[in-house]
Every structure is written in structure tokens, then in C-alpha cells.
Design a protein around this ligand. Structure first.
Ligand SMILES: [Cu+2]
Length: 159
């Protein structure tokens, strides 16, 4: 059993609420928990950092969700590297586990089909620590865009 060191940086939103925690975790196999059934649906952590070749293990704790790449194959704008393959878990239920291996470096955005409009989205940083990406937030649902723009704001604050 590997010991993982979690660095948790709470993000304070403009509303003053702390809704999402930003966790960056170095690892070979990283677990992302999938929880919630509606507006509370989320990936935990929603932002992860892995190395090329690492495996991400999605574990569904409650509800019905998907892990789906922002990619034209999934009828969405491209928000993963050009050279990367699209992915889509299909519908997952409580207790399901889905593994994703990523080999191409870059920033990957993904969403949950049933809850995208409620902001159920996540970002995977592969071989980079740069949390922001130059993806056009006007092409995706407002609440999804808000989650991604938090990562951008985080970067701006550091400057
Ligand atoms: Cu969901």
C-alpha cells in the first residue's frame, strides 16, 4: 500500500463559499471518488495531477455518473490535447470502478453526462503542474465553465 501525500489548497470562490477543494497528488495510481446525486455531484478531487502512463481509478460512491472527455467524439468541444484519444466510461452506478490510463501530456477536461450542467466536471493535468488551459469556456455550460475558471483564477492570484 503506497502512502499518498495530499496537499489540499482550499479555493475561496467570489461568493465567499468554499465549495471545492483543489488537491494535487503525486502518484502512480490515483483514486478519484465520484459522489453526489444532483447539484452535489462531484469528482473528488476535481483537479488531479498525474504523470504520463499513470492510471486513474474512478470509484462511484453514490448516484449514476459518467467520466467523459470533452471531445468531438462525445459531441463536445475539444478540451484535451490534440494527440490524445477520447474516452467515455458509459453509465456507472454506485460501487462501480472505472480505470483510465493517460499517456499524452497536457490538460484534460472531462464531464459527467447526467450532471454536466450542474458543474459535475473535472480536470486532469498530465505531466504538467499548469492548472489553467486555453480552452474556450463560452462553449460549455455556465456552471461547468465556472469550475474550470476557478483553476484559472488560482493561477492569476499567484502572479
Ligand atoms: Cu455526475
Amino acid at each position: 500500500m503506497k502512502t499518498l501525500i495530499f496537499i489540499v489548497i482550499p479555493l475561496i470562490l467570489y461568493s465567499g463559499e468554499t465549495l471545492h477543494a483543489l488537491q494535487i497528488t503525486p502518484s502512480d495510481t490515483l483514486v478519484v471518488e465520484v459522489t453526489g446525486t444532483g447539484t452535489d455531484a462531484k469528482f473528488v478531487p476535481a483537479l488531479i495531477q498525474v504523470n504520463a502512463g499513470d492510471v486513474i481509478r474512478f470509484e462511484v460512491l453514490e448516484g449514476m455518473h459518467t467520466v467523459t472527455a470533452y471531445h468531438p467524439d462525445n459531441r463536445r468541444p475539444l478540451r484535451i490535447p490534440d494527440a490524445a484519444s477520447s474516452f467515455d466510461s458509459g453509465m456507472l452506478n454506485k460501487g462501480d470502478v472505472w480505470l483510465l490510463k493517460i499517456d499524452e501530456k497536457g490538460v484534460y477536461d472531462y464531464f459527467c453526462m447526467p450532471h454536466e450542467r450542474l458543474g459535475h466536471v473535472g480536470r486532469i493535468l498530465v505531466g504538467t503542474k499548469e492548472a489553467s488551459a486555453e480552452y474556450d469556456n463560452s462553449l460549455i455550460p455556465k456552471e461547468a465553465a465556472r469550475i474550470f475558471s476557478m483553476y484559472w483564477k488560482k493561477k492569476q492570484q499567484k502572479k
